[in-house]
Design a protein around this ligand. Structure first.
Ligand code: BGP
Length: 481
């Protein structure tokens, strides 16, 4: 099938500061929660940064951003999603004044993008809460964080508001349901955190997100603010209506974040959940008024779908994802157990569009896989046909959704350059079009090499997506080197 992507479609790639920059203690940066998570979400945080934490150096984007952006430009990127490390701008999070050296670093990155005609898409908070806010305040459980975040946003909009059009307030905001420390800087271990405190923290984030939207309209006219949701369509495990309801309730837990961002108030099903679980939120009149500042667009990540069941005996764990759920017996999984479901992307696109009627933006999608660096005609590369197949299969479904009438702004693949994984903190879980020579034990030259998918993606962008379904073998040989 040939589908035409709209003119001006924003093709590109995505990263997060903590997974690419490194330089964790340079330029006046304070510590973030990532600096004490050497194993991602697999083990509890350490007291202080430890040398085995790959994120401390990551892939050294802090010093190599110009080289990396030049490679993105070579692929023809129209947009690059980056995050700003909050602790580079406010080292402790509660500082009175911002750190000029941190601000100047992002000036340089934005200059470089501008030079190449690449539009920035900025995530304001991507799993990198300043550590001090986690330890001294209890992260987002504390209402004070709204004010600190607002000060941070004001600083960003005043400094960059004239040159950044697209902003995302919180990465995968719904992931706090499952990963309170990573996502919400909440130090209480998950099994000891009450739902009361968790939903109060979520409320604070939602108010902060809405305040950021209001502030952007004031300080950065023309800017577009979006929410960012971890999308994972949940199918009933069987046609049993009880399973259908279980799937609906699992969807509700995630929809709530989009509903509040798009409609400006709490949905009835969530209020019911609060009533029935003894959750009483502290919500002020000002909060209610703030929430009315709804987003301009909805962005999301998409990697996999899952199933839900009402039968406790069938509730087996097994998915390598952070959202729980039950494996789908009809799907294959990646090497990390994430079940691959290209059609699920079409489902999400239709579903979100019909539900919220706001433009959508796919800001993460991709395959984490082990890559083998080889030499082809004397040039080091990775023959990553599996990655090309994954992305191609998903883009075919994006084409279907466009044909269904979905309004989609763009598509940024996750980890367009290899980076440190969020959940496992490994280098070997690679997503990039660009291979970075760094290993799980921290060794490696940090040299960059173009993978086969680099040339494939360049052609995808050059043809504005006219080539899907033709796969890797059709990548014009001339483009492969
Ligand atoms: C999302 C995060 C990213 C990213 C991606 C892949 O949840 O927004 O930061 O890392 O997933 O996950 P992982 O790195 O665990 O493979």
């Amino acid at each position: 099938m040939t589908t035409s992507f709209p003119a001006g479609f924003l093709w590109g790639g995505a990263t997060a500061a903590n997974q690419v920059e490194g330089a964790y203690a340079e330029g006046g940066k304070g510590l973030s929660i990532q600096d004490v998570l050497p194993r991602g979400i697999q083990t509890p945080p350490t007291e202080a940064p430890t040398p085995d934490n790959l994120k401390l150096e990551a892939v050294d984007f802090y010093h190599r951003y110009a080289e990396d952006i030049a490679l993105f430009a070579e692929m023809g990127f129209k947009v690059f999603r980056l995050s700003i490390a909050w602790s580079r701008i406010f080292p402790n999070g509660d500082d009175d004044a911002p750190n000029e050296e941190g601000l100047a670093f992002y000036d340089r990155v934005l200059d470089e993008l501008e030079r190449h005609g690449i539009e920035p898409l900025v995530t304001i908070s991507h799993y990198e809460t300043p550590l001090h806010l986690a330890r001294a305040y209890g992260g987002w459980t504390n209402r004070d964080l709204i004010g600190f975040y607002e000060r941070y946003c004001r600083t960003l909009f005043e400094r960059y508001g004239h040159r950044v059009r697209y902003w995302l307030t919180f990465n995968e905001i719904n992931s706090v349901l499952h990963e309170p420390f990573l996502s919400g800087g909440i130090p209480t271990p998950k099994d000891q955190l009450s739902e009361q405190d968790l939903y109060q923290a979520i409320h604070h984030e939602l108010v902060a997100s809405a305040r950021a939207t209001r502030l952007a309209r004031e300080l950065a006219p023309g800017a577009q603010v979006g929410c960012m949701i971890l999308a994972m369509p949940t199918y009933p495990l069987t046609p049993d209506p009880a399973d259908v309801v279980a799937a609906m309730q699992a969807e509700h837990a995630n929809y709530a974040f989009g509903d509040i961002h798009c409609r400006g108030e709490y949905p009835g099903y969530l209020l019911r959940y609060f009533r029935e679980h003894g959750i009483e939120l502290d919500v002020t009149d000002q909060d209610r008024e703030d929430l009315r500042h709804t987003v301009d667009f909805v962005s999301f990540s998409y990697y996999m779908s899952l199933c839900e069941t009402a039968d406790p005996e069938k509730k087996v764990a097994g998915l390598g994802n952070i959202m729980g759920g039950v494996p789908n017996p009809t799907l294959e999984a990646s090497e990390w157990g994430w079940q691959i479901d290209p059609q699920g992307l079409r489902v999400v696109l239709n579903d979100y569009w019909e539900r919220w009627q706001k433009p959508l933006f796919i800001v993460e999608n991709g395959l984490g896989a082990v890559d083998q660096l080889v030499e082809v005609d004397g040039t080091p590369t990775v023959v990553d046909d599996y990655r090309i197949a994954y992305l191609d299969d998903h883009l075919v479904q994006v084409g279907e959704a466009l044909a269904d009438g979905v309004d989609l702004l763009g598509y940024t693949t996750w980890g367009c350059i290899d980076l440190v994984s969020a959940s496992t903190a490994q280098m070997s879980k690679r997503y990039g079009f660009i291979y970075v020579d760094r290993n799980d034990d921290g060794t490696g030259s940090l040299e960059r090499y173009r993978k086969k998918s680099f040339h494939w993606y360049r052609q995808v962008i050059a043809t504005n997506g006219a080539m899907f379904g033709r796969r890797a073998d059709d990548v014009a040989p001339a483009l492969q080197h």
